[in-house]
Write a protein that binds this ligand. Structure first.
Ligand SMILES: Cc1cc2nc3c(=O)[nH]c(=O)nc-3n(C[C@H](O)[C@H](O)[C@H](O)COP(=O)(O)OP(=O)(O)OC[C@H]3O[C@@H](n4cnc5c(N)ncnc54)[C@H](O)[C@@H]3O)c2cc1C
Length: 508
């Protein structure tokens, strides 16, 4: 049957983690589902690419909360992903190394080990470190969305007072030792942390997830999207690549009848779920279909900063595999890295060696990431370049990238002065790469900024004014693999009995 002749129960726009997980849940429940993905490769930020036989992740470097019985462990069991993917448990004694102006501190897995490791460096601060952990645990216990025990409560967004606590303020209230404050917040690039705005719940939920089971995926995060897509197809669902959704046609009652693709094709559905950025969703379905204040609010929300990333292919057996990530901060204030100048960039970098099946001893590649404002590449904003739609950005852009690549290699030289001799090739991504592949407007790292000063403003309800349109993905609740997964369940609660669904997850 031709695409245009079918009518699906669910048409899902975008095959990011949230879109694929919604498709899985709904197809498993017996609904007919189609996922429309604009790219050549599915997965959104789960996409990988390979250069000189090395595989690089684009947007997922490690995943937390995977200890037996923790929330993502349980969700992934439901999706059949816990045993079938190639996991690598990160170093229990140090999954994140925080290097501040050359001085190193370790974040260890498990609350007890985390406390004892930090107390070794800060013997006077045991009380504060324990208090920090207690505060994280108590927030996680109380946060309705976060744990399967209370996810069935009706109040999905928790207590407003909890949402308006600021991460920096809470940490500063626990200890006056500024070095310890910095160490506790040292991995804040995980959520593009800002001193004035980052809510405590974002910090706490993310820290807790890594403390309760930090893992890498060997040979790339695309295993997740490949696994989900096979399962969706096995349930009878369809995933169609190179299908760019551009607009929609409506029934007289205001419900969506069909989406229109860039090639003029149409896809009919009873229900539609958008996994793309809410602002882009508004563009697709038309501003006039939403309330004006909603459009104004959503369009005015800030997005997290973008990034510049280098992916280095290394000569064989020259660079040791690191079973941890390094947050290397060249500033007395770990919250300061996000505001940089041309002179002091990068004020901090994230360094990791992806896990592979080839060797546990040596890395075959290394990734270095730093913040970058979209404005730095805006002059080339008129270009577009993906595998599906090739384009050229020009010589000046290439020269810009080479200069930035060199600065990030200098960061690696701080601990390995001979790194340049070990390099086979360097490949980099800019905010434009993320913009073109993911489809948001500025290549933002984690979507909409959550702001402790105005917590409800940045909460995006998955339900929309269009009766048969829901939203999913990193923007609705929380970013990251865990955040997008919780979001997918919340979106599907609109269509599936939530108690039964949660029972299925618990019993998986
Ligand atoms: C550099 C980086 C590092 C990260 N590291 C980690 C990490 O280590 N651990 C972690 O847990 N999280 C990490 N994250 C965050 C995590 O990757 C994301 O939060 C999550 O994958 C987002 O999923 P999503 O469901 O919102 O979909 P997205 O990944 O945003 O995908 C959206 C999809 O929609 C498609 N699309 C867009 N427009 C259209 C259209 N018009 N028609 C059809 N399709 C369309 C896109 O092509 C894309 O496939 C990282 C993110 C980045 C950028």
């Amino acid at each position: 049957m031709a695409l245009e002749d079918k009518e699906y129960d669910f048409v899902i726009i975008g095959s990011g983690l949230g879109g694929l997980e919604c498709a899985y849940i709904l197809a498993e429940e017996g609904h007919s589902v189609v996922v429309l993905e604009k790219n050549h490769q599915i997965g959104g930020n789960l996409q990988v690419f390979s250069r000189d036989k090395s595989i690089f992740d684009t947007g997922v470097h490690y995943i937390g909360s995977l200890n037996e019985g923790e929330n993502l462990d349980q969700f992934f069991k439901y999706f059949g992903m816990r045993d079938s993917l190639k996991w690598k448990r990160m170093d229990e004694d140090c999954f994140d190394l925080i290097r501040i102006n050359g001085k190193e501190f370790k974040h260890a897995q498990g609350y007890e080990r985390f406390i004892e490791t930090l107390v070794a460096d800060f013997p006077e601060e045991r009380v504060g470190i324990e208090k920090y952990c207690d505060k994280i645990k108590s927030l996680c216990d109380d946060f309705p969305l976060y744990n399967l025990k209370s996810i069935t409560k009706d109040n999905l967004f928790g207590d407003i007072n909890m949402l308006s606590l600021n991460a920096y303020d809470v940490i500063a209230s626990i200890t006056s030792n500024t070095l310890l404050q910095n160490v506790l917040a040292g991995s804040n690039a995980l959520y593009a942390g800002e001193k004035e705005t980052t809510p405590w719940f974002i910090h706490a939920l993310i820290m807790n997830s890594y403390l309760t089971g930090a893992y890498r995926l060997k040979d790339g995060g695309s295993q997740i999207s490949i696994h989900l897509s096979k399962a969706i197809r096995a349930f009878g669902g369809e995933i169609l690549k190179r299908k760019i959704v551009t607009s929609a046609n409506f029934h007289e009652d205001g419900k969506i009848k069909e989406v229109v693709l860039s090639n003029g094709e149409t896809v009919k559905g009873k229900n539609f779920i958008s996994n793309v950025h809410p602002v882009v969703t508004i563009d697709i379905f038309g501003e006039k279909r939403f309330l004006k204040p909603y459009v104004r609010r959503v369009k005015a929300l800030r997005n997290t900063k973008s990034s510049f990333i280098i992916h280095i292919v290394l000569k064989e057996n020259t660079f040791k595999y690191m079973n941890y990530n390094t947050y290397q901060i060249n500033d007395d204030d770990v919250w300061g890295g996000i505001d940089y100048t041309q002179e002091n960039w990068p004020k901090g970098v994230f360094i990791c060696t992806p896990a592979t099946s080839k060797s546990d001893e040596y890395a075959d590649c290394v990734t270095v990431m730093a913040y970058m404002d979209y404005e730095e590449v805006e002059q080339w904003g008129g270009t577009f370049n993906t595998v599906a739609e090739k384009g050229v950005r020009g010589g000046e852009y290439e020269a810009f990238k080479r200069a930035k690549e060199d600065k990030l290699i200098q960061e690696l030289e701080k601990t390995d002065p001979n790194i340049r001799e070990k390099i086979v090739s360097v490949h980099s991504t800019t905010p434009l790469t993320f913009r073109d592949y993911i489809g948001d407007k500025t290549g933002s790292l984690y979507g909409i900024v959550k702001d402790s000063n105005e917590p409800m403003r940045s909460v995006i309800n998955p339900k929309t004014r269009i009766k048969n349109l829901s939203l999913t993905g990193q923007n609705i609740i929380l970013h990251g693999v865990l955040g997008a997964t919780i979001g997918a369940f919340v979106t599907c609660f609109n269509y599936v009995d939530k108690h039964k669904l949660i029972d299925k997850v618990r019993n998986s």
